[in-house]
Write a protein that binds this ligand. Sequence first.
Ligand code: ADP
Length: 166
Amino acid sequence: MLDANGAAIGYKCKKMNTHTPKGLVLFPGSFDPFTLGHADIVRRALSFSDEVVVAVGYNDQKRGWQPVEERVAAIRKLYKDEPRVRVESYTGLTVDFAREQGAAAIVRGVRTMADFEYEMQMADVNRQLAGIETILLPASPQLASLSSSVVRELAHLGRDISAFLP
Ligand code: ADP
């Protein structure tokens, strides 16, 4: 960059660290069901981490559309040949599970401004609670309108949902 006199403005940079810090990241969600949008986030998270743990959160008080064991089994089947993806279920606080798993960060996807506001709040709470950072990945444009709830609604109406599932 040049300053007003045309002289180069020098930035004193330390030598760039060429070793990218990697590690395990936790991708928590309901995944009820796991969609192409979720698979896209897993694929992208693998590009900057060593291992992605897909963490299927459940609530004993709230029955999901698909039982949690079925969700876990379906996602495990999907990644059976990908040793860098592990699938687990958990209940309780996401940060507790993230800590238990030794996660370097939590990964979440952002489709809309509403997602963004919610995720910002959650990221802040999780950082305060456990000092864990959240990496927000913008949804790929072609998948940004895909949600598990839309898929459930279509299934409820008897439509074929296979085009939305990996
Ligand atoms: P939750 O109930 O915790 O929001 P979801 O299973 O609905 O769980 O979503 C898990 C994560 O995946 C969330 O961060 C959500 O924003 C993200 N996600 C869902 N659908 C998409 C999509 N189509 N593209 C990118 N991210 C998505």
